[in-house]
Design a protein around this ligand. Sequence first.
Ligand code: QAP
Ligand code: CO
Length: 167
Amino acid sequence: MALLPILRFPDSRLKKVAAPVEKIDADVRALVADMAETMYEAPGIGLAATQVDVHRQIVVIDISESRDDLLVLINARITRKSGTQVYEEGCLSVPGIYDKVERAAEVTVDYQGLDGQSHTLDADGLLAVCIQHELDHLQGKVFVERLSQLKQTRIKTKLAKQAKITA
Ligand code: QAP
Ligand code: CO
């Protein structure tokens, strides 16, 4: 197991589109274990492979209070969306920045688990937000890009200043 470095917005590698996972082999299982360790250590509630510079359709999520309910989504597709909700989002690739984003209130997602079996999940509330946020990453999209241009510019300025301080 290992902690993986997380790409920081606006790194251009966050724009890459992830390819489907053809075979869930030992490499994929090791990557999932490292992604989970990285998410728990951060701590975060979701992490997409894109954020650790691996461009495959893999997401880990754990929204549980007890941090012991890992959800692994491989080759996930949202098959149904309904309603809208606004949630204050953050992202491990955009540290210290939080803002409200409007997304679907309920989603149905088809995916493969680590066992390679197909599953269907109905999600609402925070889990629905998290699934949409993470699947956006696999399409090369960061939540900041769903905000106004003015907010995006302000965020980039703030992150650049922050990077100078910590450098
Ligand atoms: C995505 O985000 C998410 O800025 C997962 O300094 C977030 O785990 C989906 C984090 C909110 C739905 C609602 C962010 C940790 C973690 C930070 C995260 C930070 C430390 C973000
Ligand atoms: Co994110």
